[in-house]
Design a protein around this ligand. Structure first.
Ligand code: F6R
Length: 611
């Protein structure tokens, strides 16, 4: 949610920053801007995408070795040129970029207006930069000191970078609650919301912690806490490959990521599923073995697609490990007064590892003594660092805003977790464990096979691209898949869609069904197959247009459905990994046919760092 990038060193800053902004555009794309320091402190910003900013600055003097840029996902104030970042202070001697929300901005603004500060935008960020200016004026202190003192006054979340005309070779950054990474090169430094703008220059990075301030000047990085205690920067090596953040010949990141799933699922199993040796390993689970053995309850907190992966895990863990599971929206959990004990394990699931609600939910659970286990994709992310133990999904960078490969990697990791815990607790027999391991091993090939349905699904998409509503139905393990299919369609094609447990349909949604309603039914062969066949009959009796996802070789459902998509058969507990694939493809093709911006759907951002 908002991307920030900054550079200080021997290169021309602006091209580095613009390239970085393009990589971060998945975080927000309402407007973009840069500030460049070259004797002057020039700010250029524009509503729209980074491409609009590039066109705007084409005839400007952009020569500078120090600068910063921002791509925005609007919170305070509509997307326009004025609300775009960077923001100047009143004197225009200081500029700031900000990712996050300052909650007490209204009170600060009132006070600053009384001191004579002028405001041009509707943003909370403009308050931050004026606060720094006011503190510097009052205390006759350095910029660094003013930033430090300002951090004591703001309430909320931030990752900021500050430049001042009076400090020409200096870049100051700070964070609380929003991500910030510093790339350390040879006499040069890169700052960004994540490592993607950095990896082509250096693989050495420092993750800034909450309440830390980084000052870069004279080729040196100085990190202190906001209490002014000097910290030793911990330099880590990045393992990300440049290829993994490029489109690699695909038209969209989303399509590339859908097609990457055989590999990303395999990567998420690597070192964990050792079929020949007959072992399942997961370091985080091993570290918590006794906790899992004795757990009274597992509570899963997550948002969006990750919440859907959590629902699959509820079925898996209860089925295989016989531990009661509750799946909670992190945004609700954090604001009620949940009953938690030290015998509870809270699993936080997050692709980005930065989702503000999920982070707050796990902090709450921690404060109540629960054990926290994280499942994240982004290495070094805030949630990964805030948990007691956990497992990375290793799906590789996910850039398309609509989550696809992260979901299947999360489900894979959760499956392995449930299998390990179930086996250790004695609720999953050696024989059943072995059977599931063998079957899990075949999943990447089965997903590969499901991807061959692409052309067939494109044809179905042609037929339904103008629909205004969709219903997705599933039962058991395929119920979360129905929810996920509906979410994918909504977010990228802007068609209203609802996911429902198929049997629940007759308690309301059945009233929606008529001859115009496309109904996607995920009806693979499993323990509720006969039941869902009856549900299909109910839809058919009301003339709904049935698109059925069935197991290969099914002969019962095809005569009832208008369209049938056959996926390879697998065990019921592993089916979501396969049955979700045609739904991802369906939403992708419908969105493309409707001319929607698949990788950057309106109003969304990849990493939701505000609540
Ligand atoms: C949907 C989607 C979102 C995210 C949600 C949680 O395609 O991408 O619903 O799943 O914002 O994000 P993470 O997993 O990063 O916590």
């Amino acid at each position: 949610m908002c991307g920030i990038v900054a550079y200080i060193g021997h290169r021309e800053a602006c091209p580095v920053i613009l390239k970085g902004l393009r990589r971060l555009e998945y975080r927000g794309y309402d407007s973009a801007g840069v500030a460049l320091l070259n004797g002057q402190l020039n700010v250029y910003k524009k509503k729209g995408k980074v491409a609009d900013l590039e066109a705007f600055i084409a005839d400007k003097d952009i020569h500078a070795h120090v600068g910063m840029g921002h791509t925005r996902w609007a919170t305070h104030g509509e997307p326009n040129d004025v609300n775009a970042h960077p923001h100047y202070s009143t004197s225009e001697r200081i500029a700031i970029i900000h990712n996050g929300i300052i909650e007490n901005y209204a009170a600060l603004k009132k006070h600053l207006q009384q001191q004579g500060h002028e405001f041009h935008s509707d943003t909370d960020t403009e308050v931050f930069v004026n606060l720094i200016e006011e503190i510097q004026k009052q205390n006759h202190c350095t910029l660094e000191e003013a930033v430090r003192l300002a951090l004591h006054e703001v309430v909320g979340a931030y990752a900021i970078v500050v430049l001042s005309k009076d400090a020409p070779d200096q870049l100051i950054a700070a964070r609380k609650g929003s991500p910030l990474v510093i790339g350390v090169g040879e006499g040069e430094f890169f700052l960004a919301s994540d490592a993607t703008p950095i990896i082509e220059y250096t693989n050495e990075v420092v993750y800034v912690n909450d309440y830390e301030i980084a000052v870069i000047r004279n080729g040196k990085l100085d990190i202190r806490t906001k209490e002014d205690v000097v910290q030793t920067p911990y330099i880590q090596k990045l393992e990300m490959e440049l290829d993994s953040i490029e489109k690699g010949g695909y038209e969209h990141f989303m399509l590339k990521e859908i097609f990457e799933q055989p590999k990303s699922i395999l990567d998420s199993m690597r070192g964990r599923l050792e079929l020949e040796a007959g072992h399942l390993n997961m370091g985080g689970v091993r570290a918590f073995e006794q906790k899992f053995m004795n757990a009274h309850r597992i509570i899963i907190v997550a948002c969006g697609t990750s919440w859907h992966a959590g629902l699959v895990a509820e079925y898996l863990i209860e089925d295989l490990a016989r531990i009661p599971v509750e799946v909670e929206y992190a945004s609700e959990f954090r604001y009620r007064n949940p009953v938690l004990s030290e015998r509870d394990i809270v699993i936080a699931i997050s692709q980005s590892g930065e989702t503000a609600d999920t982070l707050a939910a796990l902090e709450l659970a921690k404060s109540k003594g629960a054990t926290i286990f994280g499942i994240c994709n982004v290495v070094g992310s805030s949630i990964a660092r805030a948990t007691d133990a956990g497992a990375y999904t290793h799906a590789g960078p996910e850039i398309g805003v609509a989550s696809t490969k992260a979901f299947t990697a999360q489900v894979t990791v959760l499956t392995i977790l449930a299998m390990i815990v179930g086996h250790r607790r004695g609720t999953l027999s050696d024989v059943k464990l072995r059977e599931l391991m063998v079957e899990l091993y075949t999943i990447p090939q089965k997903v590969e096979k499901a991807l061959e349905l692409d052309t067939e699904i494109q044809q179905i998409a042609e037929i339904f691209k103008d629909a205004t509503n969709f219903l997705y139905l599933g039962r058991g393990y395929n119920f979360p898949v129905a929810l996920e299919g509906a979410l994918k369609l909504k977010e990228i094609s802007y068609i209203h869609a609802e996911g429902y447990p198929a049997a629940e349909m007759k308690h309301g949604p059945i009233a929606l069904i008529d001859e115009n309603m496309p109904v996607v039914v995920i009806a693979t062969r499993d323990s509720s197959y006969e039941k869902i066949v009856s549900n299909i009959q109910e839809v058919k009796a009301r003339k709904g247009r049935i698109i059925a996802v069935v197991s290969e070789g099914d002969t019962t459902i095809p005569p009832m459905a208008e369209f049938v998509v056959e996926v390879p058969h697998t065990s019921e507990v592993l089916m979501p990994l396969v049955s979700v694939v045609p739904l991802q493809l369906l939403s992708y093709h419908i969105a493309v046919l409707r001319g929607c911006n698949v990788d950057q759907p309106r109003n969304l951002a990849k990493s939701v760092t505000v609540e």
